[in-house]
Design a binder for this molecule. Structure first.
Ligand SMILES: Nc1nc2c(ncn2[C@@H]2O[C@H](COP(=O)(O)OP(=O)(O)OP(=O)(O)O)[C@@H](O)[C@H]2O)c(=O)[nH]1
Ligand SMILES: [Mg+2]
Length: 201
């Protein structure tokens, strides 16, 4: 989804709004990240785990988590004058996979959040974006009680394609989240430009 608004009569600079997905495994901090960076009150679709999931939810390794996203998160951030991002956080649990294709329509790129204590939980998201050639960055949400791994170690463990950025972040911190999004916009911009040049040349 790309929206451009320009006002030719007033000569105001055009504003561009890009769609970004925030994906990753269950309880990795997607809702937290969208909430931390959003300038508008984020739209959330949280349900109590006990009611939403009954016996289906695997809460192993996710401490003190009482709610889960059942449709999506939505937020917005201005990266710089004239460029804002619409953020769509995906539900983390397998039973909501059917929503992903809808959410991914027209996305410039994606952030795949990862927790090094449960790295395998982000494999499906990595696969999803690799198969659809949607540019993504992996953002390692550095939970305080998790061992810190370097970006290279995480890239190797996830068997990422060369060049896929890995960024360490704190999903609760606005500046840290914004940095992840800036990396993604830069990377996705390069990828889309390269593809465009390939297709004409
Ligand atoms: N210590 C710590 N806790 C975090 C961090 N990020 C999120 N949390 C906590 O981890 C829990 C999960 O966060 P959510 O943002 O709901 O995770 P989610 O990925 O949206 O979860 P689902 O939508 O259920 O898949 C919450 O209790 C957060 O307060 C972090 O960086 N550090
Ligand atoms: Mg969530």
């Amino acid at each position: 989804m790309v929206h451009e608004h320009s006002d030719a009569t007033s000569g105001e600079t055009a504003a561009l709004a890009l769609k970004i997905l925030v994906a990753g495994g269950f309880g990795v901090g997607k809702t937290t990240l969208v909430g931390a960076v959003s300038e508008i009150r984020p739209l959330r679709t949280e349900e109590l785990l006990s009611e939403a999931g009954r016996s289906a939810d695997d809460t192993g390794g996710v401490d003190r988590k009482v709610t889960t996203t059942v449709a999506m998160d939505f937020g917005r951030i201005t990266i710089r004058s004239g460029l804002s991002l619409y953020l769509f956080g995906t539900p983390g649990q397998d039973r909501f996979w059917f929503l992903w294709d809808e959410l991914a329509q027209g996305a410039l790129g994606a952030v795949v959040l990862a927790d090094t204590r449960r790295l395998e939980d982000c494999f499906p998201a990595v696969d999803y974006f690799e198969h659809r050639h949607i540019p993504f960055v992996v953002a390692v949400n550095c939970f305080t009680d998790a061992r810190t791994y370097g970006a290279h170690e995480v890239a190797r463990a996830l068997d990422l394609d060369r060049g896929t950025p890995v960024v360490l972040c704190d999903a609760r911190d606005r500046d840290s989240g914004k940095e992840v999004l800036v990396r993604l916009v830069e990377y996705a911009g390069r990828m889309h430009t390269a593809r465009l040049l390939d297709s004409v040349g």
